[in-house]
Design a protein around this ligand. Sequence first.
Ligand SMILES: Cc1cc2nc3c(=O)[nH]c(=O)nc-3n(C[C@H](O)[C@H](O)[C@H](O)COP(=O)(O)O)c2cc1C
Length: 182
Amino acid sequence: MNERTLIVYKSVTGFTKQYAQWIAEALHCEAVDLKEASSKKMSDYHIIIFGGRFHAGFVDGLKKAKTLFGESTAEKLIVFGTGATARTETDMIREAWKNNFTPEELSRIPHFYMESGLRQEKMPLGDKLMLKVFAAMVKSKKEKTAYEEAMAQALGESYDHSSKEQIQPLVEWVLQEEQAHS
Ligand SMILES: Cc1cc2nc3c(=O)[nH]c(=O)nc-3n(C[C@H](O)[C@H](O)[C@H](O)COP(=O)(O)O)c2cc1C
């Protein structure tokens, strides 16, 4: 068991939890729900990996995770965000990260995007409504981005574009970091 690294995740419909579990298997480390995480728990580890879903541009739970990490003695924070945006939309994803980090954090905190999908059957009502409003807004726009088009089309539908190989860049980053400190 890897005693240096802890994964903390927040997941509503299961995609982020699945990614957290894949990463936990690859790194042989523990994955805990943000609800069960504390700065005391984080202090037992060197590296904290936080994962959350993109939600209207913001990584859900990241603010809390950053606070807990800041209060802990853990040394390195790494973040992954899951989302419905196609992973080929690299410019959009780069812009989205800017909502979540200060310029200083952007260069200091390694961050990775993993494409997921939408799981309507597990989505709270509020989220379904948000998607409806979003789709209505997109409909009235003349020029739509590929993401807007895809989200509006996927309204009411579920799909899964997640895949295990998407964890690889993060896993390699962590293995190198662990090696450097061993
Ligand atoms: C209301 C709402 C807003 C969303 N906003 C975004 C977004 O801004 N960018 C994105 O890529 N995906 C967005 N998504 C898709 C989710 O990020 C995606 O379904 C996520 O992987 C769900 O994670 P979970 O299954 O761990 O809860 C949104 C989904 C909902 C329901």
